[in-house]
Design a protein around this ligand. Structure first.
Ligand code: BGC
Length: 352
């Protein structure tokens, strides 16, 4: 009887030990499991930040929120070469005035400053659109009304910069374009620049406002010229250049005051650096010009023929490297960034 009681207590102790060991094992397993969860969470968080770095976003990085984190977990792919959103030929007309409030409402995806990037894919190019400007508010409204939806369908990461010449001095289109190039680059890492007159609207959204391996002339068949090029070297209206192409020609001339010649000078610059002009077909490159009388302060530049004849000698001395101006005012609207600038005065010796 004693023996069997003794055996039982040994067995009892052995069982207790086994139970304790099991409990210890379960506790250790549990602790490791909880720690691995922490680690996985931290890893996922790091991954989200990393994928955000590969898709830099000038707006969102400043307003990083939990909502953004969850949307960015799936890494965005590149947008396709040809946007599937394009519709082709467009009806463009200027008979009904445009209200900017309506344009703002119709383009809810624009960010302050006239900025946009596609939501579902990473745009292939970051494009700054530069519009030289003075007293053309009615034209600007039509431009914004028509272009914003087109540019969004083209899946561009873009910003619209209206460069407004301050004062009453003779208009200087090319210098304003240089200012636009330099001001836009202070804001964002643009790689492509579209230079557009405020009164030109494309009639087909397949005419993509982006850059190509050669400088691009986009307004190739304007109604004003009977839907054809006025001459082969014509580079006026709307054109685009990558940052590298623009810098290779030292940007645009700063000393063409008044109407005409600056676009021919730009063509000469490109030509002298061995570049050719890329163009869309006549059908895709159709565009309409808003009819208007010549602005005051933009009279024909009588010196243009002489200047065009000497582009090769002057282009290294006059361009983006020697650009000087003063910013007077910067206005940010949902539809555009408007920068008012003092571009200086036409020098007396330039009147001769
Ligand atoms: C001027 C250009 C202008 C073209 C078409 C040329 O004579 O020099 O600046 O774009 O005509 O109007």
């Amino acid at each position: 009887m004693r023996d069997s009681t003794g055996n039982f207590s040994v067995l009892h102790r052995a069982c207790k030990l086994v139970v304790l060991l099991c409990f210890f094992h379960i506790s250790v397993t549990f602790i490791f499991y909880v720690r691995s969860l922490d680690f996985r969470f931290a890893f996922a968080k790091h991954d989200q930040t990393a994928s955000k770095d590969t898709v830099p976003d000038a707006f969102e990085t400043n307003h990083f929120s939990v909502d953004n984190v969850t949307t960015i977990t799936k890494e965005l792919g590149k947008c396709p070469d040809t946007s599937p959103l394009l519709v082709g030929p467009l009806r463009i007309e200027f008979s009904n005035p445009v209200s900017l409030d309506v344009v703002r409402k119709e383009n809810p995806n624009l960010k302050n400053g006239g900025r946009f990037k596609p939501k579902d894919c990473v745009a292939l190019q970051k494009v700054a659109i530069i519009i030289p400007f003075r007293n053309r508010d009615e034209h600007l409204k039509f431009w914004l009304y028509y272009l914003h939806p087109i540019l969004q369908r083209q899946q561009l990461d873009y910003g619209v910069y209206v460069i407004n010449q301050d004062g009453d001095e003779v208009f200087n289109r090319a210098k304003l374009l240089n200012v636009g190039f330099s001001e836009a680059l202070k804001e964002y890492e643009y790689g492509c620049f579209v230079f557009s007159d405020v009164d030109l609207i494309p009639m087909d959204d397949r005419n993509t406002y982006r850059c190509f391996s050669q400088p691009r002339h986009l307004s190739v068949s304007m109604d004003k010229f009977g839907f054809r090029l006025p001459y082969n070297q014509y580079f006026g209206g709307v054109s685009s250049m990558s940052k590298e192409q623009f810098l290779k020609i030292n940007g645009f001339p700063n000393n063409y005051w008044g109407w005409g010649g600056e676009d021919d000078d730009i063509f000469n610059r490109l030509n002298s650096k061995g570049m050719t002009i890329s163009r869309p077909s006549g059908a895709v490159g159709k565009c309409r010009m808003i009819r208007h009388n010549r602005d005051g302060g933009n009279e024909d530049n009588p010196q243009r023929f002489d200047r065009i004849a000497h582009t090769k000698e002057t282009m290294n001395k006059d361009g983006i490297k020697t650009l000087s101006y003063k910013v007077v005012k910067v206005e940010k609207d949902q539809l555009y960034t408007k920068i008012t600038v003092d571009v200086g005065e036409k020098m007396a010796r330039q009147t001769n």
